[in-house]
Each structure stands twice: as structure tokens, then as C-alpha cells.
Design a protein around this ligand. Structure first.
Ligand code: EPU
Length: 420
């Protein structure tokens, strides 16, 4: 397994370009199932999770073609040849569940492996299934698989008990081809949901209200293909913003969309960072010692859970004590134990972590437990004295494109050691 070695202590300075958003590209790729025409997606990040989704779509019958230099991926589903998302793929990427709604809408049948728990929580998909049932689908669990069938799905008024991002996306896709109008209440408002709706509307869907908590979808008989450019990744942008903050550096994060990063900008400013919002990105200037701040992760537009681990790394070297409350996932503090190995002083109990900032971190061998935890450990390593060896970095490759190259270009000392 590969590992990454970071020698800390350098201020990161320069400019970095944000790649396309993983969590926008994944549902849009799944939505290519909804029509027989070609969809051409631009600015697709070249990542493990995208490759897994491409494999899944190919196994369902898609013809796909990458123009890697251009980050363009074309997908065409003349025919759906297979209705099953197998366990081998779903276990490596939970977002595979996103093919359930489109398969059911297009073919009236689907067999999708039930995702198991993961490092950050149990992550059930009960809300996806209950909502599809409310649209007339019959759903049962058989041998570890979700087996769903329906004649044409019917529009309905559906209220999610909890705001769910992929749940909203699955229903949004299913409802575009349903008979009648579907109203989703307490829908997720994440920019990635809005982006999916925008791309579906470009292809003939009739969706209103995406980005608010009530989305109305008037079913249509068919969708066309089309070309769509994936928006910049707000979590990758946020990770580079914290890289500037934690190293006391100065980074222009090109293509970062300020509107998607409001809460993070506020919190980083509270720690003492200077942030200039420009039309083409954000300039972030860190300070030698950030101030402690309290953070609570919440559904969008609240503070993103996907930035909680990276902020914990920053707050571990802050002047003062910070309280981090994680309200989205029940076990998303695994990075705390690894940060402690680097000298951080963090106590976790239930949903809360109390971080008492220390003056220095020291490099140590650490283990990444999930994607954002890996980013957190790299950030801490950039600040730490000496060398940090980060194991299980395959998590990083799921969501950060060329991260070592990008950080090196900003002055970081980071290398990957390839191992069998
Ligand atoms: N939930 C249920 N039942 C459901 C669905 C969700 O109880 O049927 C609960 C979850 O257990 C969780 C909460 O609802 O406690 C919110 O989960 P959500 O469904 O919104 O998460 P998700 O759709 O599985 C997406 C992102 C995650 C991101 C979360 C929250 C994608 C592919 N994944 O997951 O991204 O953390 O929303 O914003 O969009 C990442 O990129 O590192 C990542 C984990």
C-alpha cells in the first residue's frame, strides 16, 4: 500500500487550481442512465471514486470515453444491459447507491447491493428506500441486495425526516421520469444537489426549487443527452484554504466559489486568517498562530462535515480551546486519535471534541481512516516538526486529484512511496 511522507515546517505560498467537484460529478454521472443519448461531462476530476462510478456504469451497459487531458468523460447508455450494482463496487464506494433511482426510473427494476457501515458512521439508506416506495416502488432486501421494482414511478409529496444529500439526489433523478409531479420536502440544499438539478434541466427535466428545502419535479417522458461542466470542488478548495491557514502561508485558491464556502470563510476569519474574495477565487493568508473557534457541522448552508477533520488539524495548533460538534455522522472523529499521536490535545466524547491548542505538533507515523481524515493528517503534517508518515493514503486518491503535486507546487515537502 502506498504511503505519503511529509516533512513539515514550510509556509505554503502560491496559487493552486481547484478540480471539478467529486460529489457533483458522481450523481451527474449516475444521471446519464436516464437517457439513450450521449452526455459529455467537462471538468470531471480524475479520481478513484470517479473511476469506480465509470466501472459501475460500464457494467450496467454504458459506453464511456475519457479525454483525460481535458478532464472530459462522455457516457452513452443506448441500452441498459444489466440491472445490478454488485457488492464489489458498492463496498468500495457508497455513492454507487446513486444508480438506484435512475435504474428504477428507466428500467422499472434494479438490484443494488446494500452499502454496509463505513468509517464515519452507520450511514443507512432507509430514507432513499422509503421515498421510492412512496413513489410506488416495491422494495425488499434479499441476500444483501436492495431489490426494487415498479411500473412507471408516480409523483408524490415526500418529506425526508433527515436532510440527506444522496437521498435527495436519488429521488430527484427518479422523479424526472415519473408520472406526475413530485415534491421533495426537507430536501438537501447542498450546491451539489442544485448542480445535479441544473444539469438535468439542461437535458429537458422540469425541476424547480433545487437549492431550497422544497424541490418540485414535474415528470417528463424523456431526457436528452447534453454537455455539462462540473463545478469546482468546494471541499478541495476548503482543504487548500486550511493549508494556507495552518502553515501561516498565502495561497490563491483559483476557481474556489466564495458563495459555496461562506461558513468556512467566516470561521477561518475568526481564527485570524485574512481572506480576500476575488472573482476568480480566494486569497487566503494565514497567521503564525490561529485563534481557537467553535464549530458545529450542519447540513448546507451550515459548516460542512467534510471540512470538520481539516479544521480539527488547524485548531489543534490554535491559541485557545475549541469545541467541535459533529452533528451529521456519529463516528467522524477517528482522525483525533491520530492527531494526538502528533502531539495534539483533543478529548472526544459523543458528538463533541474539545481541542486545546498546542504550540507545536511533531511528525509521527499515522493511519488515515477515511478521505477527509487523510486530508486532516496531511495538513497537520505540513505544520508539524519533522517527518510524518501517513499510511492508507488510498483514501486520499478517492477524492483529491494530484494532491501531492499541488501541495509541492506550493512549497510543501511531500512524497509518495509506492509499495506493493
Ligand atoms: N441518513 C439516514 N438515512 C438515509 C440517508 C441518510 O439516516 O437513508 C443519515 C446519515 O446516516 C447521516 C445523515 O443522514 O447521519 C446525512 O447523510 P447524507 O445522506 O446526507 O450523506 P450522503 O449522501 O451519504 C454525502 C456526501 C458525503 C458528505 C455527506 C454530508 C456524496 C457522494 N457524499 O453523503 O461526502 O459527507 O453527504 O454532507 O455526495 C466525502 O466526500 O468525503 C463524503 C463523505
Amino acid at each position: 500500500m502506498d504511503k505519503v511522507i511529509v516533512t513539515g515546517g514550510n509556509r505554503l505560498v502560491g496559487e493552486v487550481a481547484v478540480s471539478g467537484a467529486k460529489n457533483a460529478a458522481l450523481p451527474i454521472l449516475a444521471s446519464t442512465l436516464l437517457s439513450t443519448e450521449e452526455c459529455r461531462l467537462l471538468n470531471v476530476p480524475y479520481l478513484m471514486d470517479i473511476a469506480t462510478m465509470e466501472r459501475l456504469l460500464s457494467c450496467l451497459g454504458a459506453k464511456t470515453q475519457w479525454e483525460k487531458q481535458k478532464h472530459t468523460l462522455s457516457v452513452r447508455f443506448d441500452q441498459v444491459e444489466n440491472l445490478e450494482a454488485p457488492y464489489e463496487l458498492v463496498k468500495t464506494m457508497r455513492a454507487s447507491i446513486l444508480v438506484l433511482g435512475p435504474l428504477l426510473a428507466r428500467c422499472g427494476k434494479a438490484r443494488v447491493s446494500l452499502p454496509g457501515g463505513c468509517a464515519i458512521g452507520a450511514r443507512p439508506v432507509n430514507l432513499h428506500l422509503a421515498a421510492l416506495e412512496q413513489m410506488g416502488a416495491e422494495v425488499r432486501i434479499e441476500h444483501g441486495y436492495i431489490v426494487a421494482s415498479s411500473k412507471r414511478l408516480r409523483g408524490n409529496r415526500i418529506r425526508f425526516d433527515v436532510s440527506t444529500v444522496t437521498g435527495t439526489e436519488n429521488l430527484l433523478m427518479a422523479a424526472t421520469l415519473a408520472a406526475g409531479t413530485t415534491i421533495l420536502e426537507n430536501a438537501a440544499r447542498e450546491p451539489e444537489v442544485e448542480e445535479l438539478a441544473r444539469s438535468l434541466n439542461e437535458r429537458g427535466a422540469k425541476i424547480r426549487g433545487a437549492g431550497t428545502e422544497t424541490i418540485e419535479i414535474e415528470g417528463v417522458d424523456r431526457l436528452t443527452g447534453g454537455s455539462h461542466r462540473i463545478m469546482p470542488d468546494r471541499i478541495e478548495a476548503g482543504t487548500f484554504m486550511v493549508a494556507a491557514a495552518i502553515t501561516g502561508g498565502e495561497i490563491f485558491v483559483r476557481s474556489a466559489l466564495c458563495g459555496h464556502l461562506r461558513d468556512l470563510i467566516l470561521k477561518l476569519r475568526e481564527t485570524g486568517c485574512e481572506i480576500r474574495e476575488e472573482s476568480e477565487g480566494l486569497l487566503v493568508k494565514g497567521v503564525r498562530r490561529p485563534k481557537g473557534v467553535d464549530i458545529t457541522s450542519l447540513p448546507y448552508p451550515g459548516f460542512p462535515t467534510d471540512m470538520q477533520a481539516q479544521m480539527m488539524a488547524l485548531l489543534s495548533v490554535a491559541d485557545g480551546t475549541s469545541v467541535i460538534t459533529e452533528t451529521i455522522f456519529e463516528s467522524r472523529f477517528q482522525h483525533a486519535a491520530e492527531l494526538r499521536r502528533m502531539g495534539a490535545f483533543i478529548k472526544t466524547e459523543g458528538k463533541q471534541a474539545v481541542v486545546s491548542g498546542v504550540e507545536h505538533l511533531t511528525g509521527a507515523p499515522v493511519m488515515a481512516s477515511d478521505l477527509r481524515a487523510s486530508a486532516s493528517l496531511i495538513l497537520a503534517a505540513l505544520r508539524a516538526e519533522g517527518e510524518t508518515e501517513i499510511l492508507r493514503v488510498y483514501h486520499l486518491d478517492r477524492g483529491y486529484e494530484k494532491i501531492e503535486e499541488k501541495l509541492s507546487s506550493l512549497g510543501a515537502k511531500i512524497v509518495r512511496i509506492k509499495e506493493n
